[in-house]
Structures are given as structure tokens and as C-alpha cells.
Write a protein that binds this ligand. Structure first.
Ligand code: SF4
Length: 432
């Protein structure tokens, strides 16, 4: 099933180039909250949307003075970015283009929900440089959509999909979910068949997670515990059924001509999400907006004046912005007075700043890299850490190989199909 070597040949070399960076823009607005969702999002009025956009633009300008590099991908996620008035989205893209060095071939994705994109908006998105759309469908069955608390029907999704194609979008992702309460293999397969028949370039298929604090948590928490303990469940699929649904989805999506390139992601030839690949290969990315996370290599920070401590040694910073929208709007208004070379601890919109240790960076390299079907490159590990991967992970690699969970070939190390099924266990071996 895993044509790993084929994937290796099909994909670009992902040696991380320190001169390339990625941007993430968080738009936390949704028409209403879905019942399973714990993302940082919610319904806010237009006045807040305007104020937030102005703050976001201030952060974009300020970050462009702090972090440098050629921007090879932008991901506008949420929330429902397509719910933001299109004029405000234009303002964000104009600001970004004016202040960052955006590669003309950059992949620029916007997340959209069915029913929230008009033909006019789709045309404007194209004109402002957005070239990839990620559509949150989740299921092609209206009863499942209703259960999830989604605002759309399958017909509405079809209309939105048609609008996007008519506007000329040639790179569209559709999100689907497995493990829904009462979901049968037949219904899941039917969802995948309907979606594949539309020929989107990319499909993401995630298993439902019952998140604390959501209506689903109150409804299904007991069942979730039973599932995790391998006991019979009431409404959620039991452990074996959840696994079966995930495997059936994988086989069905691949049977329609998609290549699996990560645990939950599938693409037509040449249409992998470059932003995702950057994230899994630990490229520098700057997250902007509430709750947005960044991973910043020191060589991408504008240097401090000579003689001042740079905090060098090649260790990255992991940073998270404040999660509170009113704090963010307030803090962003003081941002321009902050020296872009200031210590991260003195930046008001930052909620947490962590210097990643060398050990932590090695662990992340393995955790993120091995989620990809093609795994990690020995050479990339050496380039990043100046050590052979075997000298750090000899025992873990041997143990997993003997268990049939990992293979090494042509300079790469990757999890086998069984290893990916047991990825939590396999990845835990790479903790140092
Ligand atoms: S549309 Fe997406 S982000 Fe918004 S509430 Fe639903 S799942 Fe969450």
C-alpha cells in the first residue's frame, strides 16, 4: 500500500533552507461553534472583526521587521477565514505582500466553509494571490453534518465547490472525518466516493477527537473512555471499529488515485500541501493572530546590534501568541513602539516563549518527520544536528525494526504501515 519510494521521488527535497519561511494567519471567526470543536474560534460581530484585522495588520508589519526570509507559503486558517468580510481579507493580503518578501510561486491557502464563499469573494481571493482552498466538509451525509453541529448541508458544499472551480481554483483540499458517532463503513465510503468523484487535488481525513469543554465532551465523554479502554461503546465506534473506519478510509481514498503522504493527508501527484511539509520538516514559521504558534530559527531573526547577546547556538524559539482576543487587540496597539529586536519576553502579544533544547529539537525532528509516509532523511538529521541519527537513536531504531514497525532504505527512515497504525507507541521511542 505504501509506495514510499515513489513518494520520495515525487516530492521536493525538504532540506530546510534557512532563507525560506512560512506564515500562518489565524482568523478566529465562525458563524457558530460546531459541537466537537475546541479550536480558538467563535462568532464575533463585524466591529470586532474589523478591529482584529487592524491588529493583525499591525502584527504583520511588526513581524516583518523582526523575522526575515523568503515566504514560500502562507496558510490562513481558523476559525472560518472565508467568513471574514472580503474587504478585510484584501487588507490582510495587501499588508502581507507590502511588508514580507512573498515568493511569486508561494502556496497561499485559505480555509473556507461551505456556504461562506460567494462567486465574487472567490474571484477576489484569486486576484489577491490566494491559490489554494481548504474546504471543511467533514461528511457527505446531512444527518452526520447535523450531528456535528455544522452549518452546511452536502448540497451547499457542492454549490461552494462549483463556485471555487468556476473562479479558477486548481488546488482544492476537502476535509473529511472518521469515527463519528454511529458512522458505518458504508456511510464513510459513500462520503469518500462522492468527494473523490469531484476530483479535488487533496483530501485530509482526520479521526474525531472528543475534546474537553465541547458539547461533544459532555455527550460522549463516557463513551470515549470506554473506547480508549477497549470496552464496548454506546454511540461512538468501539476501538476496533474506529481502527477499521480509519483503515477503510485510507484504502478507499488511495483507490481513487490519491497518494497518502502523511497519516491523515492524501494528494494527487504534485499537490502535497507545501505548508504542511514545511511544518513537519521544522522550517521557520511565523504565526500571527490570537493563539498562533511560531517556530523561529535565530538566523531568521533580524540581528541585534554588534556586541549584544544574540542568544545564538542555533536553537529555535517556540512562541505562542495570547489566546484572548481583547488582550490581543489591546497589546497589538502598543506593538509599533516595541523594538523589533527586543527580547521575546518583552513582546506584549506573546503568551509563551520557549527556547527549544537540542534534545527537544531532535525529538521534534523525529515526531514530526515520521508522521510523513516518506519518513526522515539521515542527511537532514546530520545537517541539523551534526550527528549521525544512529548515534543518537540506535536502540530505538533497532527495536522498532525488529518489531516490524520501521524500515530504513536509501538514506531514509520511515514507519511501516503497522508502525503508522501504532504511531503513538512507535514515536514514544524517540523521547530522549
Ligand atoms: S467551522 Fe471549524 S473552526 Fe469553526 S467551529 Fe466549526 S470546526 Fe470549529
Amino acid at each position: 500500500m505504501f509506495s514510499s519510494l515513489m513518494m520520495i521521488n515525487n516530492m521536493q527535497n525538504t532540506n530546510v533552507d534557512p532563507r525560506e519561511i512560512e506564515l500562518y494567519i489565524h482568523i478566529p471567526f465562525c458563524v457558530k461553534k460546531c459541537d466537537y470543536c475546541d479550536f480558538l474560534s467563535g462568532p464575533y460581530d463585524e466591529q470586532i472583526q474589523k478591529e482584529y484585522t487592524m491588529s493583525l495588520c499591525q502584527e504583520i508589519i511588526w513581524q516583518s521587521r523582526r523575522v526575515f526570509g523568503r515566504v514560500t507559503s502562507v496558510y490562513i486558517g481558523g476559525g472560518t477565514p472565508s467568513w471574514l468580510p472580503v474587504k478585510l481579507m484584501e487588507k490582510i493580503m495587501d499588508t502581507l505582500r507590502a511588508h514580507f518578501d512573498l515568493d511569486p510561486l508561494a502556496e497561499v491557502t485559505i480555509e473556507a466553509n461551505p456556504g461562506t464563499v460567494t462567486g465574487e469573494a472567490a474571484n477576489i481571493y484569486r486576484s489577491i494571490g490566494i491559490n489554494r482552498i481548504s474546504l471543511g466538509l467533514q461528511s457527505a451525509h446531512d444527518d452526520e453534518l447535523k450531528l456535528l453541529g455544522r452549518i452546511h448541508t452536502y448540497d451547499r458544499f457542492l454549490r461552494t465547490y462549483e463556485i471555487l472551480r468556476q473562479a479558477g481554483f486548481e488546488n482544492v483540499n476537502v476535509d473529511l472525518m472518521t469515527g463519528l458517532p454511529g458512522q458505518t463503513p458504508g456511510k464513510l465510503i459513500e462520503s469518500i466516493r462522492r468527494v473523490s468523484a469531484l476530483r479535488p487535488e487533496h483530501i485530509s481525513c482526520y479521526a474525531l477527537i472528543i475534546e474537553e469543554g465541547t458539547p461533544f465532551y459532555s455527550r460522549y465523554r463516557a463513551d470515549d473512555i470506554r473506547q480508549k479502554n477497549g470496552q464496548p461503546t454506546m454511540e461512538l465506534p468501539n476501538e476496533d471499529q474506529a481502527y477499521e473506519l480509519m483503515k477503510r478510509a485510507q484504502q478507499e481514498i488511495i483507490s481513487h488515485g490519491y497518494e497518502q503522504y502523511e497519516i491523515s493527508n492524501y494528494a494527487k501527484q504534485g499537490k502535497v500541501c507545501r505548508h504542511n511539509i514545511g511544518y513537519w520538516t521544522r522550517k521557520t514559521y511565523v504565526g500571527m493572530g490570537i493563539g498562533a504558534a511560531s517556530l523561529i530559527a535565530p538566523e531568521c531573526l533580524v540581528p541585534k546590534p554588534e556586541g549584544e547577546e544574540t542568544g545564538g547556538m542555533g536553537l529555535e524559539y517556540r512562541i505562542s501568541n495570547t489566546r484572548y482576543i481583547y488582550d490581543y487587540i489591546d497589546d497589538a496597539s502598543h506593538l509599533m513602539a516595541i523594538d523589533p529586536q527586543a527580547d521575546a519576553a518583552d513582546v506584549p502579544i506573546y503568551d509563551s516563549v520557549q527556547r527549544i533544547t537540542r534534545k527537544g529539537a531532535m525529538e521534534e525532528f523525529m515526531f514530526l518527520g515520521l508522521r510523513q509516509i516518506r519518513g526522515v532523511s539521515r542527511e537532514d538529521f546530520y545537517q541539523a544536528f551534526g550527528k549521525e541519527i544512529d548515534s543518537v537513536y540506535h536502540n530505538a531504531l533497532e527495536e522498532l525494526k525488529q518489531e516490524g514497525l520501521l524500515e530504513a532504505r536509501e538514506g531514509r527512515i520511515y514507519l511501516t504501515e503497522q508502525g503508522l497504525d501504532l504511531s503513538n507507541y512507535a514515536l514514544s521511542k524517540f523521547l530522549l
